[in-house]
Write a protein that binds this ligand. Structure first.
Ligand SMILES: Cc1ncc(COP(=O)(O)OP(=O)(O)O)c(N)n1
Ligand SMILES: Cc1ncsc1CCOP(=O)(O)O
Ligand SMILES: [Mg+2]
Length: 316
């Protein structure tokens, strides 16, 4: 069976968002655009109809080599030979689903706090959903957990997590900047007139964020801060893209060297400037990951971020 480690963009069905368009047509477009894991979620369908939909989606997802997860119902996941089940905090316990589905199928669970995320990891979940990050009509009445929970999960949780809830191409950069590596969406994809295009946009934001993170991770703490010329050219291009994303200034709360403060800084560089560090020999950590000075201009800042600046004195 598949695993979710390689999955980055999780798309969940939501048929009320595409009246007049077939479920399979919408989901095939999403897969073509880069959805690499699909969930069947239908809170209204009777069990027999749900099983039919699960079998149809199984055929489609198998054709494209994409894992299929069934929401809420481990027994339907099994009957449709899906790759796994997604549970909520009020659904069957992870152990019960695991017993039914066996060790190889995927068991995921929703979490709304870092305590629930830790418990899910301890209980052997394969992945967690972290959300809703923003308020969303798809899950009315569920309070938003904000990007601060995303940052906390990024800092601590070792199993894959998918940020979910109100995420769309206009705010995905903020969620990724908070530390998410994987996104999940319903309405932004299946409610779009072009689900494939919506997925392509989300994937390109994920890939951009991965590139920035890998530049940051490549350098151990304390490494020299003069990047090679080729890398500089690439980064200048990235700066331009990130500037567009950050044109609208937002006040956010961040923690800098252990002290909470509010800032309008859109990037690490702007934050460093507030501390007089923009032109100093320094390195930063953002949510536990090293960010060399060369990538400060392209590292967006999000509410809840934890930043550590280390300044090197005397060229050391
Ligand atoms: C990937 C993912 N994350 C969260 C959810 C929500 O599950 P739950 O809290 O059980 O709510 P319902 O979806 O059942 O209404 C999810 N389905 N998938
Ligand atoms: C099912 C679920 N669980 C937490 S948020 C959410 C809905 C996500 O849908 P959307 O992407 O439309 O906000
Ligand atoms: Mg549920």
């Amino acid at each position: 069976m598949s695993n979710v480690n390689r999955c980055k963009l999780y798309v969940i069905t939501g048929e009320t968002y595409h009246p007049g368009r077939e479920l399979l047509e919408v989901m095939e477009s999403a897969i073509a655009g880069g959805a690499d894991v699909v969930q069947l979620r239908d809170k209204d369908a009777p069990v027999r109809e749900l099983l039919e939909k699960a079998r149809a989606l199984r055929e489609l997802t198998r054709k494209h080599g994409v894992p299929l997860i069934v929401n809420d119902h481990p027994e339907i996941a099994l009957a449709a030979d899906a790759d796994g089940v997604h549970l909520g905090q009020e659904d069957a316990p992870i152990a019960a689903a695991r017993e039914l589905l066996g060790p190889d199928r995927i068991v995921g669970i929703s979490t709304h706090s870092i305590a629930q995320a830790r418990a899910a990891e301890r209980a052997g979940a394969d992945y967690i959903g972290v959300g809703p990050v923003y308020p969303t009509a798809t899950k009315p009445g569920r309070a938003a957990v904000t990007t601060s929970f995303v940052a906390a999960a990024a800092a601590e949780i070792r199993i894959p997590f998918f940020a979910i809830g109100g995420i769309h191409p206009g705010n995905a950069a903020e969620v990724l900047a908070a530390g998410a590596r994987r996104l999940c969406a319903v309405s932004a994809v299946v409610g779009s007139p072009d689900p494939g295009a919506a997925c392509r946009e989300l994937r390109s934001l994920i890939e951009r964020s991965e590139r920035a993170a890998s530049l940051g991770e490549a350098a151990p703490l304390g490494e020299g801060v003069n990047p090679g010329q080729a890398r500089e050219v690439k980064e200048v291009k990235e700066v331009k893209k990130v500037k567009q994303v950050n044109e609208v200034k937002q006040v956010k709360e961040v923690t800098v060297n252990g002290v909470r403060r509010t800032t309008e800084a859109a990037t690490l560089l702007e934050l460093a400037a507030e501390f007089g560090l923009a032109d100093k020999n320094a390195v930063a950590e953002r949510n536990g990951r090293v960010a060399r000075k060369a990538i400060w201009p392209i590292t967006p800042l999000a509410g809840g971020d934890r930043i550590e600046f280390v300044q090197f004195v005397g060229g050391g």
